[in-house]
Design a protein around this ligand. Structure first.
Ligand code: NAD
Length: 264
């Protein structure tokens, strides 16, 4: 399968190049970076500090889409939307790891996925997808005496908060309780905020250093507390999962899929 890497010089982009170069079923078709970037024209191997790959960085989105079977995209919401529009025109699979979309951007991706397979996940690691499942199961077992709080920590350069993964954990918890995250979420607290409301799903965000991604969901009652934690120590797990998802789309019908569809 020919795979193009969108945002190939980014933290995830370079990890994807390294991982793809070690998988025999994958041929790198090229990488996309913004026009004017100093890496345009360079070999992807050079960008990822590995051996030469014979595939190059371009800012020509349409040309990269045409020469690829699938695009893996860990960039910015506005970039991903542009990629999805072009990928839909050519019916090419789009693997979306980008986080921080607005509701209208998500509904545009849903509409476009009528024309190509899209796998979108806030987290491509197997462990986190299991955490989503466990969270839903625990939330459906415990009653409202167990307050749900979600804590996440990421590196200092992350620009969106709470993390997309924390929001997905919140959605899994809400699903387990047959509630809507939209109405139950409490994204931050500051000052005299009053007592916690029953059924609230709280979030707390920490930022610092080079933390790849830590997530804990806490079920706190009087007298006991259950905590489920996942800690990512390498971006490689996300890259491996995203490439696995790209290979999975081969021969798949158009539609919007999640990493859960890929792993289960
Ligand atoms: P990053 O800033 O290191 O990389 C983003 C790259 O996109 C940069 O190289 C940037 O130059 C490039 N870019 C920006 N505009 C572009 C354009 N117009 N065309 C082409 N390329 C463009 O960020 P990162 O840490 O790699 O994370 C990227 C995204 O992936 C974030 O939203 C992050 O939350 C998400 N992420 C998701 C997962 C997951 O498993 N789903 C895991 C890690 C990170």
């Amino acid at each position: 399968m020919k795979i193009g890497i969108i945002g190939c010089a980014g933290r995830m982009g370079r990890e994807l190049i390294r991982e793809a170069s070690s998988i025999s079923e994958v041929e790198l078709s090229g990488g996309l970076e913004r026009a004017g970037s100093e890496v345009i024209g360079r070999d992807l191997g050079e960008v990822a500090t590995i051996e030469i790959q014979g595939a190059y960085v371009t800012s020509d989105l349409e040309a990269l889409v045409k020469s690829s079977d699938a695009l893996i995209d860990f960039t910015l919401p506005e970039v991903t939307i542009e990629v999805a529009r072009v990928a839909a025109n050519y019916g090419k699979a789009h693997i979306i790891g980008t986080t921080g979309f607005s509701e209208s951007q998500i509904s545009e991706i849903k509409n476009l996925s009528g024309k190509m397979p899209v796998v979108m996940s806030s987290n491509f690691s197997i462990g986190v997808n299991l955490l989503f499942k466990l969270t839903e199961q625990v939330a459906s077992t415990l009653d409202l005496d167990y307050d749900i709080e979600i804590l996440e920590m990421h590196h200092r350069k992350k620009i969106d908060a709470p993390s997309g993964t924390a929001l997905s954990i919140g959605e899994a918890a809400a699903r387990g309780r047959k509630a809507q995250l939209k109405t139950q979420a409490r994204y931050s607290r500051e000052g005299r905020v009053g007592e916690r409301k029953p059924g609230e799903i709280g979030f707390a965000t920490l930022r610092g250093g080079d933390v790849v991604g830590d997530h804990t969901v806490i079920f706190a009652a009087n007298g006991e507390r259950l905590e489920l934690t996942h800690k990512a120590s390498s971006r490689n797990i996300f890259a491996r999962g995203a490439i696995h998802a790209a290979l999975w789309t081969d021969g798949r019908k158009p539609g919007l899929y999640s990493m859960m569809d890929v792993v289960v």
